[in-house]
Ligand binder design. Structure first.
Ligand code: NAP
Length: 241
């Protein structure tokens, strides 16, 4: 897709922007002219994203936030920094996630359980707390999309840790969307389905990745829900090829 200025002047925070679906969403938003705040732990990969965004013609590139989402207090500081610099946030993509162990529920260690909750659930709730006032400042209202999974509702043995974290995420996002109905914000969930990424390869090592949609296809699909005329609120959007 050629670069456009559809989102010029708009600020978009994408978590997990260093690779996979988050990186593809960040690039799609940048191609439409949004300024990207790219969050992940891997600085080198964020710098490569910055280079690719500059290559689109955005001379100021992205704002890079090398951060572990398990550092929840840092997410409050991030909200403060965004407020000081822009006074608003137009788009939030709560994409970062971890798979955790594929193992029986009774075998999940407390440490792995806590990590799943910290990254897949609590970090997104802390972002909601920290960023809601900024999303309300966006005109016509901020758009937020959180990445879920079919595992949130399917009973898939051995996927219990990941499943519970996505089920809880869906619950809190639906609640926030319902509470925000009158604010102009548009808040939704997105299930990309099996997508050609590192997480999927780790989950399904025997699968041929070539059979799966690329992150770029999935990112293109979710774009309408991140644009100012996003038509829905409180929905779970499922990727369809
Ligand atoms: P991925 O390739 O593993 O990428 C995950 C991203 O999250 C990376 O950018 C990673 O960056 C970031 N991340 C992980 N832990 C983090 C932490 N503690 N702090 C900050 N960033 C962190 O995964 P993906 O397949 O693109 O998945 C993206 C989302 O889609 C996830 O929420 C996943 O659950 C969901 N999903 C994926 C599939 C699929 O088939 N791929 C299916 C259904 C749902 P760093 O490692 O650099 O921190």
């Amino acid at each position: 897709m050629a670069a456009t200025s559809e989102l010029a002047g708009q600020i978009a925070l994408v978590t997990g922007a260093s690779r996979g679906i988050g990186r593809a969403i960040a690039m799609q938003l940048a191609r439409r002219g949004a300024h990207i705040i790219a969050l992940a732990r891997t600085s080198g990969a964020l710098e490569e994203l910055d280079d690719d965004i500059k290559a689109l013609g955005q001379s100021d590139g992205a704002t890079l936030v090398p951060l572990d989402l398990a550092d929840h207090d840092a997410l409050d500081r991030l909200g403060r920094s965004i407020y000081d610099r822009w006074g608003k946030l137009d788009i939030l993509v709560g994409n970062a996630g971890i798979l955790g162990p594929i193992t029986p529920v009774s075998h999940i260690t407390p440490k792995k359980w806590d990590a799943l909750l910290a990254v897949n659930l609590t970090a997104n709730w802390r972002l909601i707390r920290s960023l809601e006032p900024l999303l309300k400042q966006a005109d016509p209202g901020g758009r937020a999309v959180f990445l879920s999974s079919g595992a949130a509702t399917n009973t898939k043995p051995y996927w219990g840790g990941y499943s519970m974290s996505k089920a809880a995420l869906e619950s809190i996002v639906r609640m926030w969307a319902a509470e925000s109905e009158m604010t102009g914000m548009r808040i939704n969930l997105f299930n990309p389905g099996g997508t050609r990424t590192e997480m999927r390869a780790a989950a399904m090592p025997g699968e041929d990745p070539a059979q799966l949609p690329a992150p770029e296809q999935v990112a293109e699909f979710v774009m309408p829900y991140l644009l100012p005329d996003c038509p829905v609120n409180g929905e779970l959007i499922n990727y369809k090829a």
